[in-house]
Design a protein around this ligand. Structure first.
Ligand code: CU
Length: 140
């Protein structure tokens, strides 16, 4: 089967000059009628399912006890996807609104949480187990 392998978006994280995180997105084109049931991790890569909740979404990587990037801006109606890119076997993280808006619950390495933001505003959030992990979603 030529088109069976990866109906996933493949993300790689790497350090750009200056230490800022940069993300390169590689969409594996082809047959994406089947969604992968569980994201997998290999090496430093995160895979997330390519489905209606993740296509076109802004991605926040969770890695090394931080959200990358720490601030994202999306248009009203836009979606944000968090993916725990920590190494297999390491800590679980959450994306939890400082207000009552959302709580991903614990995300194991490789797990993904997607949310749509319909209202404009600034939405600070944190990681429940690690309160020093903080970041913001700006909705315009
Ligand atoms: Cu955390």
């Amino acid at each position: 089967m030529s088109c069976m392998p990866t109906c996933t978006q493949l993300f790689r994280t790497h350090h750009a000059v200056g230490g800022a995180f940069a993300a390169a997105l590689l969409v594996v084109a082809g047959c994406c009628s089947e969604r992968t049931t569980s994201p997998t991790m290999a090496g430093g890569e995160c895979r997330i399912p390519l489905d209606p909740s993740t296509i076109g979404a802004t991605v926040v990587f969770i890695r090394d006890f931080a959200f990358h990037p720490s601030s994202v801006t999306v248009p009203a109606g836009g979606r944000v996807v968090w993916v725990n890119c920590d190494h297999s076997g390491s800590d679980h993280h959450t994306s939890t609104s400082d207000g009552p808006a959302w709580d991903s619950g614990l995300l194991a390495p490789g797990e993904v949480y997607a949310r749509r933001f319909d209202q404009a505003g600034s939405f600070p959030y944190h990681c429940e187990p690690h309160p020093s992990m903080t970041a913001t979603v700006l909705v315009e």
